[in-house]
Write a protein of this length. Structure first.
Length: 150
């Protein structure tokens, strides 16, 4: 009869255990539009950008920004396909057309009151706490083409 060979345990280095997950940082992704396209669209244009999905490109006072096109309150579009869903871009902020929350285009932070156009409901308030809007680094490359770091 053959004796079963017993494997010795693998020695581990001292210190904290690390997750097997690895964060991968994507490269700059073409937005498929130029800065002139954004300006011609009234200073705001929604584009699909890689893993970020729908991104709002905004030109405010000559400065270009890229933010998520979903309001962080209920996920409604900041700039949609209808006249009712056209968020305003002004003074470094985008305003949600549904709830009137103003988000900084630079860092996504809430500026002023959270959801001033949404009723304060008994016991539940405004359904969620203040949440910043995701933002992305943006640059203008060769040929005026916009690229977003997602």
């Amino acid at each position: 009869m053959l004796a079963a060979k017993r494997c010795s345990p693998v020695a581990r280095a001292a210190g904290p255990r690390r997750s097997a997950a690895v964060a991968v940082r994507a490269a700059w992704t073409p937005a498929g539009v130029t800065r002139a396209d954004v300006v011609a669209a009234g200073g705001k244009k929604v584009v699909e950008v890689g893993s970020a999905g729908r991104v709002l490109l905004a030109d405010d006072g000559g400065k270009l920004y890229a933010v998520s096109n979903k309001c962080s309150h209920l996920g409604l579009p900041l700039v949609g396909k209808t006249a009712l869903l056209q968020g305003e871009v002004a003074n470094g902020c985008v305003t949600c057309p549904a709830h009137k929350t103003r988000f900084s285009l630079a860092d996504g932070s809430v500026q002023g009151e959270w959801c001033p156009g949404f009723p304060q409901l008994p016991l539940v308030g405004k359904l969620s706490d203040k949440k910043p809007l995701p933002t992305y680094a943006v640059r203008v490359g060769a040929g005026d083409a916009i690229e977003v770091d997602v």
